[in-house]
Design a binder for this molecule. Structure first.
Ligand SMILES: Cc1cc2nc3c(=O)[nH]c(=O)nc-3n(C[C@H](O)[C@H](O)[C@H](O)COP(=O)(O)OP(=O)(O)OC[C@H]3O[C@@H](n4cnc5c(N)ncnc54)[C@H](O)[C@@H]3O)c2cc1C
Length: 440
C-alpha cells in the first residue's frame, strides 16, 4: 500500500502551486509557505504552449484554462521595418491535432488563481505572509528538514521540502551552502498594454488582435497578443540595454515618450500601437546559471521551477518547465511505499529533468541570437530564409522549426515520469540507492 508523506513547498508562485497540486493529488499532505500576503497579483500575459497545456489536461483543468485563454489562429513573424509577414505558422487546429493540446495565451493572474483554487480544492494548506529564511537539513536532533521562517515560532518540518522561491531563491543558498550570483543579462523587458477595443476600431491594427505576432528588430524584438482578462492587448519587448540599477528587481513605470524612444526606425504602425498603450513598465532580465545540484545529500530537499532552472523568456517555456517538474513529481510520488524511497525519487526527478531544461537553455540562447540580430548580411539571410524557404531543422522561426517544435511540444511529463517509475520499480533506474526493493 502507498503511504502519505508531509511536504513543505516554499513559494506560492506557478511552480510551487503546480507542484502542490501534483503531490496533494498523489495523496500527500502539502503546505505551501508564501511570503506575499496575497497570491498572484502581478503580471500580464503568459504563453502556455502545448507541452505546458498537457499538464493541465492531465489534471482535468484544460477546459477551465481554455475558458480563461485565447488560442491564436496563427503565429506571424514580422520585420520591424515594414510589418510585412516574414513567416506564418498555423497555430490552431493543426497544433491540436499534432500534439493533443492547444497553444494558449492567458493572463498570469487568471492562471495563478486557477492553480490556487485547484490546490485549495485538493486540500493543500496555503499559508500567506510567511517568509522563509532558510532550510536546515543537517540537524543532528532530527532527520526531517527544518524550514526556518522570519517569525521563528513558525518554523516547521516535513518529510520533504521543495524550494519554489524563484530565480533569486534564498533556499537554494541553504541547499548549496552558498548564494548563487545573478547577472544582468544585458536585456531589458518593456511591457505595455492596450485596450483591445482600440485595435478593433483601427483598420490597420485590427489584424493583430487574433494572432501571436513576433516582431524582429535590431538587438530587440517584440511579442504581441490579446488576453481575455480586462480586454487587454499585451505588448512585451526585450532588447539590449545599458545596465540600469533602478530597474534591476522590479518593473518600473516609464512614460510613453521613453517607450517610443526604444524603437527607432520601427514601422510607424508599431509606434501607433505603442502610442495607444496605457501602461508601460521596464525591468532588467536577470540571468542565473543553473545550480550544480538540485537535491541535498540527505535526499529530502530539492529545488523546482525557477529556483532550479530559471531561463530567459525567448522561447516562452520557463513556466512550462515548472509545470513539467510538477507533473513529474506528482507521478513519481504517487505510489511511494516507504519514506526511505524519497531520496531515490528525488534522484529520478533530477536525472529526468536536468537534460531537458539544459537543452531548453541552449535553445533559448539560440533563439535570442536569431531574434535580436543587428541589421546586416546575417539578418538579411535570416529574413530571406524566413520568406523563401519552408520550415527546416534550424529554421529561424523557432515555433515553426519542425525538429525544435516536436521536441518542445510533444513532451508528455506524465508519460515520461511513469516510464521512469516503472524502470525504478524494476531496479533499473541508474543512480538510485536500491530502495526499489521496498516496492516488492
Ligand atoms: C518577461 C517574461 C516573460 C515570460 N513569459 C513566459 C511565457 O510566456 N511562458 C512561460 O512558460 N514562461 C514564461 N516566463 C517564465 C515564467 O514567468 C517563470 O518561469 C515562472 O513564473 C517561474 O515560476 P516560479 O514559481 O518558479 O517562480 P516565481 O514566479 O518567482 O515565484 C516564486 C514565489 O516564491 C515566493 N518567495 C520568494 N522567496 C520567498 C521566501 N523566502 N519565503 C516564502 N516565499 C518566497 C515569491 O513571493 C513568489 O510567489 C516569462 C518570464 C519573463 C521574465
Amino acid at each position: 500500500m502507498s503511504i502519505s508523506i508531509s511536504v513543505i513547498i516554499v513559494g506560492g508562485g506557478l511552480a510551487g502551486l503546480a507542484t502542490a497540486i501534483g503531490l496533494q493529488r498523489a495523496g500527500h499532505q502539502v503546505t505551501v509557505l508564501e511570503k506575499s500576503p496575497v497570491l498572484g497579483q502581478i503580471g500580464a500575459g503568459i504563453q502556455i504552449p502545448p507541452n505546458s497545456a498537457k499538464v493541465f489536461k492531465g489534471w482535468g483543468l484544460l477546459d477551465e484554462l481554455e475558458k480563461l485563454s485565447i488560442a491564436p489562429n496563427i503565429g506571424v513573424m514580422r520585420s520591424y521595418r515594414e510589418m510585412k509577414p516574414l513567416s506564418t505558422l498555423d497555430m490552431g487546429e493543426k497544433l491540436v491535432e499534432r500534439y493533443g493540446t492547444p497553444y494558449l495565451l492567458t493572463h498570469r493572474v487568471d492562471l495563478h488563481h486557477l492553480l490556487a483554487k485547484e490546490a485549495e480544492r485538493a486540500g493543500v494548506d496555503i499559508r500567506l505572509g510567511v517568509e522563509v529564511m532558510g532550510v536546515e537539513t543537517d540537524t543532528s536532533s532530527q532527520q526531517c528538514p527544518l524550514v526556518r521562517t522570519a517569525n521563528g515560532e513558525q518554523s516547521l518540518s516535513a518529510d520533504l521540502v521543495f524550494a519554489a522561491d524563484g530565480e533569486r531563491s534564498r533556499c537554494r543558498g541553504s541547499l548549496l551552502g552558498h548564494e548563487m550570483p545573478w547577472k544582468d543579462s544585458g536585456d531589458h523587458v518593456l511591457r505595455a498594454t492596450v485596450p483591445v477595443q482600440i485595435l478593433q476600431e483601427d483598420d490597420e491594427l485590427r489584424e493583430f488582435v487574433n494572432d501571436l505576432n513576433f516582431w524582429v528588430g535590431p538587438e530587440s524584438n517584440a511579442l504581441t497578443y490579446s488576453l481575455k482578462r480586462d480586454g487587454l492587448f499585451n505588448v512585451v519587448t526585450t532588447g539590449a540595454h545599458a545596465p540600469d540599477a533602478t530597474v534591476q528587481f522590479a518593473p518600473k513605470p516609464i512614460s510613453q515618450e521613453e517607450a517610443l524612444l526604444e524603437f527607432p526606425g520601427w514601422d510607424p504602425l508599431f509606434h501607433r500601437l505603442l502610442r495607444s498603450s496605457t501602461i508601460y513598465a521596464r525591468w532588467t532580465l536577470l540571468h542565473t546559471d543553473m545550480p550544480s545540484k538540485w537535491t541535498n545529500e540527505m535526499g529530502n530537499f530539492s529545488l523546482i521551477g525557477d529556483a532550479a532552472h530559471a531561463m530567459l523568456p525567448y522561447t516562452g517555456q520557463g513556466a512550462a518547465m515548472a509545470f513539467e517538474d510538477a507533473a513529474t513529481i506528482g507521478v513519481l510520488f504517487s505510489s511511494i511505499k516507504n519514506k526511505r524511497q524519497i531520496p531515490d525519487l528525488l534522484t529520478i526527478y533530477e536525472t529526468m529533468r536536468r537534460p531537458r531544461v539544459t537543452e531548453m537553455h541552449r535553445r533559448v540562447k539560440q533563439v535570442r541570437d536569431i531574434y535580436s540580430m543587428p541589421d546586416g548580411p546575417k539578418q538579411q539571410e535570416r529574413d530571406r530564409q524566413l520568406r523563401e524557404q519552408g520550415p527546416f531543422d534550424g529554421y529561424p522561426n523557432f515555433l515553426a522549426d519542425p525538429v525544435l517544435q516536436e521536441w518542445m511540444f510533444s513532451y508528455d511529463a506524465f508519460e515520461e515520469a511513469q516510464k521512469a517509475l516503472e524502470m525504478f520499480q524494476k531496479g533499473e533506474f541508474p543512480g538510485t540507492r536500491g530502495t526499489w526493493r521496498l516496492y516488492m
